[in-house]
Write a protein that binds this ligand. Structure first.
Ligand code: PEP
Ligand code: MN
Length: 264
């Protein structure tokens, strides 16, 4: 298998505009769940830049459980993200849900995200296998590690080996947290594959108060980076407010993760 450690021994480092994912430094990708307004996005981006973040996340196409929930602003949202990139130099990470939007997203995104609900959408995986952009592939909420890696293989088999794996919590019997963070997935994946491995503690626990501890644990377990939801006013967020960190808490988390990274 192309993604296996047996096939390639040395770690894959994904390069994005002079920044590396999978290299010596932990990369943090942060931002709101969804792109909301220009004002809120710029406020968040300003806070993140001050905290040393180079990658801004934000959904323009949102995979919502209910068809009546906010679905994202589509291209208008992508344009807001592009505006932030122009002003701040931050790189943009946003989710692709439909192969028909691939060309559109590639105009605006530096990294394409495939969400947990689409991990086994093989047509979509084949599609992003044929583009020349890094892809963050999130683990399906009920997917085994083997299935997760086979989905990464779908992308790599088409020629795109710039795949970043993201553990984002799996479904268990526990209801106190939104999902259960499978921390063992980090060292396991690092053993089985040469691809970078990042963790999304926000969707894993679904509660802002638990996110920093899970972020620290992820770094300690060997993650190459984090994907974290941050909002200036979580109570007003159009989606995932309860799990979004305020900038102050996020800055503390960043500092703690830096300390963990040098300690290990
Ligand atoms: C997200 O990152 O905004 C998201 C929807 O995550 P997931 O696909 O892991 O639920
Ligand atoms: Mn979200």
């Amino acid at each position: 298998k192309l993604v296996s450690r047996e096939f390639k021994e040395e770690n894959t480092i994904v390069q994005v505009n002079g920044h590396q994912i999978g290299g010596d430094e932990i990369q943090v990708i942060a931002g709101p769940c969804a792109v909301e307004s220009r004002e809120v996005l710029e406020e968040i981006a300003g806070e993140l830049t001050a905290a040393g973040v180079h990658f801004l996340r934000g959904g323009a196409f949102k995979p919502r459980t209910s068809p009546y929930s906010f679905q994202g602003w589509g291209e208008k949202g992508l344009k807001l993200l592009a505006g932030v990139r122009e002003r701040t130099g931050m790189m943009i990470v946003t989710e692709l849900m439909d192969p028909r939007d691939t060309v559109l997203l590639c105009k605006y995104a530096d990294i394409i995200q495939i969400g947990t609900r689409n991990m086994a959408n093989f047509r979509l995986l084949t599609e992003v296998g044929n583009i020349d952009k890094p892809v963050i592939l999130k683990r399906g909420m009920s997917a085994t590690i083997k299935e997760f890696l086979m989905s990464a293989e779908y992308i790599a088999a088409q020629g795109n080996e710039k795949v970043i794996l993201c553990e984002r919590g799996i479904r268990t019997f526990e209801t106190e947290t939104r999902n259960t963070l499978d921390i063992s997935a980090v060292p396991l994946l690092k053993n089985l594959t040469h691809l970078p491995v990042i963790v999304d503690p926000s969707h894993a626990v679904g509660r802002a108060d638990l996110v920093p501890a899970m972020a620290r644990a992820s770094v300690a377990a060997g993650a190459d980076g984090l994907l974290v939801e941050v909002h200036v006013r979580p109570e007003e967020a159009l989606s995932d407010g309860p799990q979004s960190l305020r900038p102050e808490a996020f800055a503390v988390m960043m500092e703690e993760c830096r300390r963990v990274a040098v300690a290990i």
